[in-house]
Ligand binder design. Sequence first.
Ligand SMILES: Nc1nc2c(c(=O)[nH]1)N[C@H]1C(S)=C(S)[C@@H](COP(=O)(O)OP(=O)(O)OC[C@H]3O[C@@H](n4cnc5c(=O)[nH]c(N)nc54)[C@H](O)[C@@H]3O)O[C@H]1N2
Ligand SMILES: Nc1nc2c(c(=O)[nH]1)N[C@H]1C(S)=C(S)[C@@H](COP(=O)(O)OP(=O)(O)OC[C@H]3O[C@@H](n4cnc5c(=O)[nH]c(N)nc54)[C@H](O)[C@@H]3O)O[C@H]1N2
Ligand code: SF4
Ligand SMILES: [Mo]
Length: 810
Amino acid sequence: MKNWLDKTILSPMKRRNFMKWGSLVGGAAVASAGLPLKSVAKTASADTKKTETKTTWSACMVNCGSRCALRVHTTDGVITQVESDNRGDDKTFGQHQIRACLRGRSIKHRVYNPDRLKYPMKRIGERGEGRFERISWDEALDLLADKMKHIIDAYGNDSIFFTYGTGTQGYRTDGQHALHRLMNMLGGYLNYYGNYSWGQIQFALPFTYGDIKAAANGSYTSEIEKAELLVMFGYNPAETRMSGGGEIYEHSLAVRKRGVRTIIIDPRYTDTMLGKEDEWIPIRPGTDAALVEGIAHVLITEKLVDQAFLDQYCQGYDAKTLPDSAPENGHYKAHILGQGPDGIEKTPEWASRLTSIPAQKIIQLAREIGSAKPAYIVQGTGIQRQANGEQTSRSIVMLPILTGNIGLPGTHTGDMPANYGYPVPVLPTGTNPVKASIPFFGWTDAIVRAHEMTNKTDGIQGVERLETPIKMLISYAGNMLINQHSDINRTKEILRDDSLCELTVVIDNHMTPSARFADLLLPDVTTLENTEVSSDGYASGSVGAVVPLVPAIKPMYECRSAYDMCAGLAERFGIREQFTEGRTHEEWVEHLYAGARAKDSKLPSLEQLRKDGPYTVLAPEDGRVALQDFRDDPVKHALGTPSGKIEIYSTKLEKIAKEWTLPEGDVITPLPQYVTTWESHLDPLTEKYPLQLVGFHTKGRVHSTYHNIPELREAVMDGVWMNPVDAKARGIKSGDQVRIWNDRGETRVLAKVTPRIMPGVMALGEGAWYKPDRKGVDHGGSFNVLTTQRPTPLSKGNPQHTNLVEIAKV
Ligand SMILES: Nc1nc2c(c(=O)[nH]1)N[C@H]1C(S)=C(S)[C@@H](COP(=O)(O)OP(=O)(O)OC[C@H]3O[C@@H](n4cnc5c(=O)[nH]c(N)nc54)[C@H](O)[C@@H]3O)O[C@H]1N2
Ligand SMILES: Nc1nc2c(c(=O)[nH]1)N[C@H]1C(S)=C(S)[C@@H](COP(=O)(O)OP(=O)(O)OC[C@H]3O[C@@H](n4cnc5c(=O)[nH]c(N)nc54)[C@H](O)[C@@H]3O)O[C@H]1N2
Ligand code: SF4
Ligand SMILES: [Mo]
């Protein structure tokens, strides 16, 4: 059994069947999208004798960081309307309505969508061509079990990999938990660590602060209202934390009620500003670390640093606390004052040349940051999705450290903010017998060059080197296979060769660009057809919640939950009983919730929860300020760093920098400092591609989810942001079709000419669906035809916001 096209597996292409299926899709598409509800009812549910209306609770489970509850109205088994949480009076915080955004409210169109996957299907023709044949569930599961047995026998469990997928982030019993549980029982799978969201910052900051447990190194956004000054680096909650329960609500309350002075540093004038900011400081992408160093210069020379704090709590600020292993003058102060190894004084003028921020502005900013007590300094995650992401994240946290704005009310560590999450229990997944772990971003490399990948070259963890290449990919609730991973054209080449990765399985609701690259396509139920008890998400500020999901409608077509798919697969491996422990999915939900209630007597009964809607809990007052215990007693509550202190100079990084083999141009430094990288504004490549292109997460979608909803496409028109100066130089006007390209690919999109972006920098919302023409030019505005798979130096993560491009009118 060599590959998918092996004759023993694949029946000859049945053209007539394919056509028949094709017209069926078309028919159903019209029915669900266009016809009156009665006809949809017939398609969706056969037994509709008397009119029955009901309202059930469900939730939007996509990965925006929140998890808004939804009230779903149905008539005769057909969804008629979806509304937001309408309880509460908005007078008391915690009693307020946690309102869903425009996306969650349009979820009905994601359920009744022409792209819906209806039946299991197997690929016919070349991988990626998008031609499939309908098969039965029995055939699909038999085929999958056979292929998996072969792959495990021939290559081992470490050749099976789950690509990152966040379409059902909130599930506790279904989805990836069920899949991981099954795979662990079958001998495991290749692990990954980190994630596309904050892979760089999460890897980098423990060198400074010690191990991060979830977001425990941050203070809650509820602390903002106690601050005198709020400084936000590339933090855009108005678009990326839109839920009424989350960070944006707390941020807005603080600014509205307390008028906290707010400075926002971002190349774009974001929706978070829109008149709420006191100052917008546009910055050249990838240069925030240089800005920090320019500010540090002023803080040091004007004696605005908190010397007592630095002496007592930190390692490596000056000679007094520099560890023995460090070179002489290897400390931060020397580095800033030009007495370190590079001999460059990091003056505001020096920083100005790199950042495009006037030196006078940098001086003013430094004086403000140096004198405001307390100051809440925070960063988003767009900044670290860059080639020097780890260096930048570590640098930004120097501002609260230098000024002693740590561990006190109204302060924050400079990390992303912390959030409270009610600990809703998860289906036990067991442990993975496979020890090897790759960085989340390294899977395409692990298909083609696994034998070269080691712990010192490619961030392999758990083992010294990879034994075997990836031979099977399972994409559950992700569009990573094509759309969301970098460099689509490279990925396509790799996936098209099915002698490399022999099996691709996609479990989704829709025929996405990734689904087209499946060998086996398995249709999942949507959130509104599923049963769950979820937590509130990871970006809900100080509000925690337990959110019930009750099926509003029956599973459509032949869709099945991942739990049921796994149970069917377990049966084929002879371990059904072990997998289910005799429980259905519904019974697991009940069982786990009963466990939660045994620990917290305040939780309502499941029946009551499902009737009344989410159960809300506020974060305890204690513990809202990060590192408060460390500030109170730095000995008793020493940090998890080797010295137990805040490591400005990191001895661990000093070691890594010596031991790892890095590609030409990559730099890791024990001090948090600015480094120039490939595809920065200083790269000679700017002669060919003079414009920097950054991405952002748009309010029109969550990544690629909700992209295929025409109403949303109309409400939030995709377009590449460009400054009038750059547009004029290229004869481009707002609304023009433009091509954006570099050596990796080309995409077509509309131009949005606006002073809301600084000159020389372009910005495009990520997540639009890849739509190539015959020559491979993308007409969908899909960002990742332009991004690179070259990883960042330290975490080996995704530098998806570091791109040089050129733009022209089509
Ligand atoms: N260029 C660029 N690329 C990026 C980023 C960037 O900033 N720039 N951001 C990165 C980040 S931070 C992230 S988190 C990733 C996100 O990347 P992904 O995790 O791939 O997220 P989505 O694109 O939303 O894909 C989720 C998929 O889940 C499916 N889905 C939704 N509901 C269900 C369900 O109930 N069941 C099943 N089975 N499937 C379902 C959707 O149809 C969709 O195909 O993208 C990364 N990619
Ligand atoms: N509506 C919506 N909400 C989402 C998501 C979504 O897709 N849609 N995705 C969710 C997920 S998984 C994640 S990880 C988060 C990510 O949410 P964010 O952390 O907000 O990430 P981004 O939108 O990538 O970038 C934030 C800002 O950083 C700016 N930026 C880029 N480069 C630089 C730089 O070098 N310096 C500075 N100072 N600023 C820079 C961008 O212009 C942008 O305004 O959002 C979550 N929320
Ligand atoms: S996308 Fe996020 S903010 Fe919008 S409804 Fe869904 S969970 Fe809520
Ligand atoms: Mo993310």
